[in-house]
Ligand binder design. Sequence first.
Ligand SMILES: [Zn+2]
Length: 374
Amino acid sequence: MSIGFTVTATDGAARAGVLRTAHGDVDTPVFMPVGTAGTVKAMTADSVRAAGARIVLGNTYHLMLRPGAERIARLGGLHRFMDWPGPILTDSGGFQVMSLSKLRKIDRDGVTFQSHIDGSSHRLTPARSIEIQHLLDSTITMALDECTPFPATPDQARESMALSMRWAALSKEAFVTRPGYGLFGIVQGGVYPDLRAESAAALGGIGFDGYAVGGLAVGEGQDMMFSVLDSTVPRLPTESPRYLMGVGTPDDLVGAVTRGIDMFDCVMPTRAGRTARAYTSRGVFNVRNARFADDGGPIDPDCACPACTRHSAAYLHHLFKAEEMLGPMLLTWHNVFYYQSLMAGLRVAIQAGRLGGHAAALRAGWMATGEDAG
Ligand SMILES: [Zn+2]
């Protein structure tokens, strides 16, 4: 038995469930904070746990370059290294090779690239990506894929998807099955429903422990993203977890959960926390805004995080103006807490069969007083 997944309640296409892993159970739908280089930026592992997170993401590309997968393995694996005993999902490295590395050259068997850190040459193949994730002791391993660029013509998207399906099969061959560990495949195909359907069928034929939808949130816009989910999600096995990669805003999460997605990751809440942007029940705003200079109330009166229960908006405003590092730390904590609370609320609403009303209330709140902080 690899990882287990049980759907405990449904509301329309939305599901609430439990993911069972070697490193603990995770209630779904779930948002996974991104711990790029072995840390959720600006947070201790304890604060990530206290914010409600139960699973985090690690980036293969960053960790293979620095400090190196073999070194992390010698030091006891990524859980030990970053003091996160809970489940860790690692990406395959493919997306960041394409977005961060220099002089990358893709071929039928893998991708050769130069490190963005020191220019050293590296090669990532499906087998090597799976081996690296094994060395990291990743709970959930992702198959190596090529994230189809947007826009792409139907021919480009087909060729890219076919390559990803070939790599998916090679990833499956290389994966070492262990109790409580899993391997997910990634649906590609750009914005083309027929290609997405073909990709979903190919992955189902290979057989994975979960299915991700990749290649979205790359510039196609929310309407197109939801349209792709509408045609793709019904083609994924109902008994397996479904993961939408790299998404998104709170509104994206609600829309995707409504369409049957169980898992998410995104740098948005942590990156925003470092740039003074607060996600709240009343929308998103920038705490540098002058209107907070004398605001003795919390940045979100509905939030139970330490930044909101122990500090004023005026204090956070001051910390960012003075460029104190506690500003990004507190606001990251708030944003991660807010995302976790949002997902917990969605789980409760699905279990109670009132997701539609809950989603409408959330959207009304976001419209109420939030400014568009961009
Ligand atoms: Zn808060």
